[in-house]
Design a protein around this ligand. Structure first.
Ligand code: ADP
Ligand code: MG
Length: 608
């Protein structure tokens, strides 16, 4: 019997192998730009035609290649980046398998011009489907210029599988952006069908992101930065309110190489828990730097997933540093209070020289319901009083509570203590929003959501630590529940006790509420309990929440100050103080915004 095994010719073997590395024009972009980055280029220019089918050309000003290297680089496993197996574990460059150029040359027509620094003359090589067509000396700038034409010209089946131009271009741009973000110090020019799509100057990361995604991204990101012996984390995360419903701007880089990492992605998502609208995904640009020896480099070139030695620990570190960054951002409104927005109240009754005259409402009595006593007028001169009256008209229909500044202007106050104090006036409108002047404009706080956030954090802590205060109901209230609710109640009974509910069973599906959590804004314990049960039941399907978080959330909703409740200045102030002492004041437990600032620019626009 004749032998039947034959060795495939190199060109065929290369074509088969190329299929793994070069799947579509975007793979060319990735491999070629990475080579230019590895060659320490400062400027990389990319020109494509017809989404890379007709032409992908990359010009760089990097190290360039000698005549021999220019010929060798198209051989399979020809690489300058490692020379021994050990080096695999300290690899810092993008490539090292020496497969890309061999694969590209197997399935396209390639023209390479390159000159090494210090050499007078460069090399031009043309190679079609692995076959060298010509090689000659050429004069060219330092660096490498590689043009890949007619991709898959000799593999019609693959060419047929290319998607529409728009789809291929999207893939190309994705690959391009990943590299451009990872290397903000390199300048990139990107031209598609003669149109310049990107022209990115060397810059820092934020400027690079602005160059790619538009200037507005600036306001939607916060810095993240953590250093540990295991890993260094830097970059940006998106503010929760800018999160979108679709995947898009989620980028992980490890040692300046883009990677996909579903497990670490979860760490980020979990850190955002309770501050996001349901189903939305925050953007992030997170750079991890780790010792290459702790990363599995033995991955396929087209695979973007990477294995780490200490995945669980790194997960924790990512989670913590994202949380910290969210927290940092959330604190900012509280330190944003505007000095300009503060009203200085002159000490009443003292004739300080140069102090303008002012009048006070002598009838003012903060404890009186009568309108006459509720509206202290403070005016510094007649003209101002006129304006104040006009203001009064303008403000008609808006309920406002007398501020302490007004109280100070009243009688019977301790002058020495109260006078000359700077106070920000808080205004409640429609029993729903509290307004406060801040540096950048006017801050609006949703009173119910604010209280929900405060209670949520408080209850969550109480549930974990079992430290809460109960207030006794003056008259224990009984209420009849369904069989199902009784069953549910027995499930969460212990937790309810932990947050301050005191409930006893009276038999016949009836329970008595003897005490309820202190600090509740809802002073009807029965109503509170009913809302709690309903809410808890309705979120049952939400498996993304831990049971305790779910309970804390329902408790917070049930116990929050309802809309329509008039708050005193002191209550509002209290609410503000506690809110901004929260870990995540900007979002309610359900992820709805609590705080918003209407900027002075917006006012300017409206009043133009
Ligand atoms: P790898 O990048 O894995 O080493 P490639 O096939 O992509 O393999 O490239 C082979 C070799 O060609 C590289 O190791 C490098 O020495 C050289 N090379 C490729 N592109 C460039 C470039 N733009 N500038 C300088 N040298 C390059
Ligand atoms: Mg390479």
């Amino acid at each position: 019997m004749p032998d039947i095994i034959k060795l495939l010719p190199d060109s065929v073997a290369n074509q088969i192998a190329a299929g793994e590395v070069i799947q579509r024009p975007a793979s060319l972009i990735k491999e070629l730009i990475e080579n230019s980055v590895d060659a320490r280029s400062k400027t990389i220019k990319i020109i494509i035609k017809d989404a890379g089918r007709t032409l992908v050309q990359i010009t760089d000003d990097g190290a360039g290649m000698s005549e021999t290297d220019a010929r060798l680089c198209f051989e399979r496993h020809a690489t300058s980046k490692i020379s021994s197996a050990e080096e695999l574990f300290s690899i810092q460059t993008k490539g090292f398998r020496g497969e890309a150029l061999a694969s590209i040359a197997a399935v396209a027509m390639v023209e390479l011009k390159t000159r090494k620094e210090g050499e007078e003359i460069g090399t031009l090589i043309k190679i079609n489907g692995s076959k060298v067509e010509m090689q000659e000396a050429v004069s060219c700038p330092k660096g490498t210029n590689i043009a890949v034409k007619n991709l898959f010209f000799n593999v019609p089946a693959r060419r047929k599988f290319l998607k529409s131009e728009a789809t291929e271009l999207r893939h190309i741009i994705n690959e391009f952006q990943r590299i451009a973000i990872a290397h903000p110090g390199i300048s990139f020019i990107f031209i598609s069908n003669e149109k310049e799509l990107f022209n990115l100057n060397p810059s820092n990361l934020m400027q690079r992101l602005m160059g790619i995604f538009g200037k507005n991204i600036n306001v939607s990101l916060v810095n993240i930065n953590t250093e540990s012996s295991l890993i260094r984390i830097s970059g940006f995360i998106g503010k929760p309110e800018h999160a979108r419903k679709t995947f898009g701007e989620q980028y992980f880089f490890v040692n300046y190489r883009y990677m996909r990492h579903p497990y670490f992605h979860k760490a980020v998502m979990e850190a955002f828990e309770n501050v996001l609208q349901p189903d939305s995904i925050p953007s992030y640009f997170i750079f991890l730097e780790a010792d290459p020896a702790t990363i599995d480099v033995n991955i396929h070139p087209t695979k973007t997933e990477i294995k780490f030695e200490n995945e669980r620990m790194i997960w924790q570190i990512i989670h913590a540093s994202v949380r910290e960054a969210i927290g940092k951002f959330n604190i900012s409104p509280s330190i944003d209070f505007d000095r300009e927005g503060l009203i200085e109240i002159p000490p009443p009754g003292k004739g300080i020289i140069g102090m303008p005259d002012y009048e006070i409402n002598p009838y003012y009595n903060p404890f009186s319901e009568d309108d006459k006593y509720q509206r202290p007028t403070i005016s510094f001169d007649a003209e101002k009083r006129d304006r104040l009256e006009n203001w009064d008209k303008l403000l008609a229909g808006i309920e406002s509570t007398p501020g302490p500044d007004q109280k100070e202007a009243g009688l019977g106050q301790d002058e020495s203590e109260q006078s000359h104090k700077r106070i920000t006036r808080l205004i409640q409108i429609k029993g729903k929003f509290i307004l406060c002047p801040v540096k950048s404009g006017l801050m609006v706080v949703d009173q119910k959501r604010a209280h929900e956030r405060i209670l949520f954090e408080k209850f969550l802590e109480a549930l974990t630590k079992g430290t809460s205060v109960s207030q006794k109901s003056l008259f224990p209230r009984s209420l009849e529940l369904s069989q199902a609710d009784i069953a549910l109640l027995s499930e969460i009974e212990d937790d309810l006790k932990n947050v301050g509910f005191d409930i006893s069973y009276l038999g016949n599906n009836t329970v008595s509420i003897n005490g309820y959590p202190a600090d509740s804004g809802n002073d009807d314990p029965v109503q509170m309990f009913e809302i709690l049960l309903e809410d808890y039941k309705s979120t049952r399907k939400d498996i993304s929440l831990e049971p305790r978080e779910r309970l804390a959330r329902s408790m917070a909703r049930a116990g929050a100050i309802p809309y329509g409740r008039q708050l005193s200045e002191e209550e509002m102030r209290d609410l503000f103080d506690t809110l901004f002492a929260c870990k995540t004041p900007n979002y309610s437990a359900a992820g709805k915004p609590v705080v918003n600032i209407i900027t002075t620019e917006e006012f300017d626009k409206r009043l133009k």
